[in-house]
Design a protein around this ligand. Structure first.
Ligand code: G6P
Length: 607
């Protein structure tokens, strides 16, 4: 992944680059760098660590009208100053790169056998390759020729010492947009980095290149034909990057869930019915002909897919598979004719999900593709036949919270529409719509558990391991709870379907093992109670998040947290909330970087 920002302006660009990097830190934060042209020379500054480390070394009087900058998430080579971007070749060409050059070793062998590289990165090789071609070509042609040698994915911005007015950019498989300004033009991995300067954006197509100066933008396709790409106005608001008084983005985003859910259902439920028009005109292509559903996603979005599988099959009688995108893309599939594919992705740029989608589009047995996505301009949203946007608003915390709950809400809307030709009757539709409409209030009441959970975290945060248990449609919620805890508190957590406990995990249960259970008042409640007795009998400590009608009582072994989650299909969404809070408070006590946990990044645009 990594974040790129660049600018060419009549004014000084240094602050634009530094501020842009701060907004892109969610894409990677292990090192950062900047290169500008000043007095016909390239000057570069790099630092290991967060963007603030870099900005602390930038002199107050550093000024330039053109520059490129980068915040890194390490793929090739450890986080270090040497591996940080920009990479510079002979003080002539500087590049920032997002993606992976898969054949960089072959390129090094072919062109630069005897050059000693300064870094361990694939990106440095690309800098040398562009410089190699720039000796006999203008910089645009040099970049074009270099990229013809490259296998892999890239978004790049290139500075040429001999051309101090233009930045050359290109993308293939990694996102890159151009921000259009008055006496400045900008480049970035996403619009948030630039929203303080412009709301007009050009979304480059895969394979596009462009030359960008303060007054001109010229775009070319992969064959170097000049092309026009539409300028689009973004709806992102200026305040959307702020913490609004919360200590962390993650906490703010947890507390934003009632509003985010409301926004996601708004105008999509009319008189307790969900019109098929929410899927747009392309839905006609698949609505009457699809027979089965296949969902592809990664990380938290995959957990949303797992819950949706339960809903599709239970509520609508539609056969549904849920697949991890990185697994899906490298195995042979037996696809049933009439398969409708759904890609779930907060960012809409996750490389594995995007590649899986592109494979699906090549295969004849798929009848259509639908995106559940939080970013309307993203690649996945643009490449699917229909897109159901989750109106979560920007999610900055690396650990996904409101994106997850709004994905579930969007999936439920989708199931209602798709299920009408199957088992969703008017009565079921009405009941599901009512449940969705009461959800924001119910989430609000569940958030009242915050202080109680903060207390629990004082005990919990000392633990090194934790087990999360759930059954049926609540098992994906237990998995998501374990993932949240791992991601931000670094406590090793595993989730099991409670009935599986006796087939192995029970062996690790003792008085040091906290066991978190998700306990709705449903048909498997009694089964779950028996599973929890198995834990008690081994001295395991139980923390039970239970519906208030489930009949659990706290005792010396178990602590019960009551949730008002009436027995209905949307209940799993409510059980997500306390598990998010548990992870958050444990992380606070452990003093981890909640919004930017170690080794992770929000948008994973590399394999
Ligand atoms: C990263 C993020 C996760 C996210 C996953 C999938 O790993 O840290 O929070 O769930 O990517 O991202 P997507 O944008 O496709 O939902």
């Amino acid at each position: 992944m990594c974040g790129i920002v660049a600018a060419a302006s009549q004014n000084n660009v240094v602050n634009i680059l530094a501020d842009g990097l701060k907004h892109l830190e969610y894409r990677g934060y292990d090192s950062a760098g900047i290169a500008v042209i000043e007095n016909e020379n390239i000057h570069s500054y790099k630092k290991e660590g967060h963007v603030s480390e870099l900005t602390s070394i930038l002199g107050k009087d550093l000024a330039s009208n053109i520059g490129i900058a980068h915040t890194r998430w390490a793929t090739h080579g450890k986080p270090s100053e040497a591996n940080a971007h920009p990479h510079i070749s002979e003080n002539s060409i500087a590049i920032v790169h997002n993606g992976i050059i898969e054949n960089y070793i072959e390129i090094k062998e072919k062109f630069f056998k005897n050059i000693k590289l300064e870094s361990e990165t694939d990106s440095e090789v690309l800098a040398h390759l562009i410089n190699f071609y720039a000796k006999d070509n203008n910089i645009l042609d040099a970049v074009h020729s270099a990229l013809k040698e490259v296998k892999g994915s890239y978004a790049i911005a290139v500075l040429d010492k001999n051309n101090s007015s233009e930045i050359i950019v290109a993308r293939h498989g990694s996102p890159l947009i151009i921000g259009v300004g008055e006496d400045s033009n900008f480049i970035a991995s996403d619009a948030h980095a630039l929203i303080e300067h412009t709301n007009q954006f050009i979304y480059l197509d895969d394979g596009d290149m462009a030359s960008v100066s303060s007054s001109e933008i010229n775009i070319f396709d992969k064959d170097k034909n000049s092309v026009n790409r539409e300028i689009k106005k973004s709806n992102i608001s200026l305040g959307s990057n702020s913490k609004n008084g919360f200590e962390h983005f993650m906490l703010k985003e947890i507390f934003e869930q009632p509003e985010a859910v409301k926004a996601t259902i708004q105008d999509r439920i009319i008189n307790n019915s969900v019109p098929k028009e929410i899927l747009g005109p392309s839905a006609e292509k698949y609505l009457d002909g699809f027979k089965v559903v296949q969902i592809i996603a990664c990380g938290t979005s995959y957990h949303a897919a797992l819950l949706a599988k339960h809903w599709f099959e239970k509520l609508a009688g539609i056969p549904c598979q849920a697949e991890i995108a990185s697994e899906f893309r490298y195995r042979k599939h037996a696809v049933q004719p009439g398969t409708l594919s759904i890609c779930i992705s907060q960012s809409g740029e996750t490389a594995d999900t995007l590649s899986a989608l592109r494979q699906i589009k090549e295969e004849k047995n798929y009848i259509g593709t639908i995106a559940i996505c939080n970013v309307p301009e993203s690649s996945i949203a643009r490449e699917c036949d229909s897109t159901l946007i989750t109106h979560a608003g920007p999610e900055i915390g690396v650990a996904s919270t409101k994106a997850f709950t709004t994905q579930l809400v969007a999936l439920m809307l989708l199931i209602i529409v798709l299920g009408k030709n199957f088992e969703i009757s008017e009565e079921i539709e009405k009941s599901l719509c009512e449940q969705l409409q009461t959800l924001p209030e119910k989430i609000k009441s569940t958030l009242d558990l915050d202080q109680e959970i903060a207390e629990l975290s004082k005990i919990f945060s000392n633990k090194e391991h934790a087990l999360f248990l759930g059954r049926g449609s609540h098992f994906p919620i237990a998995r998501e709870g374990a993932l949240k805890l791992k991601e931000i508190s670094y406590i090793h957590a595993e989730a099991y379907a409670a009935g599986e406990l006796k087939h192995g995990p029970l062996a690790i249960v003792d008085e040091n093992m906290p066991v978190v259970a998700v306990a709705p008042n449903n048909v498997v409640l009694e089964k779950l109670k028996s599973n929890l007795e198995e834990v008690k009998a081994r001295g395991g400590k139980l923390y039970i998040f239970a519906d208030k009608k489930a009949g659990f009582k706290s005792d010396e072994i178990s602590q019960v947290f009551e949730i008002d989650a009436p027995l209905n299909p949307v209940a799993p969404i409510l059980f997500t909330i306390p598990l998010q809070l548990l992870a958050y408070h444990c992380a606070i006590i452990k003093g981890t970087n909640v919004d930017m946990p170690r080794n992770l990044a929000k948008s994973v645009t590399v394999e």
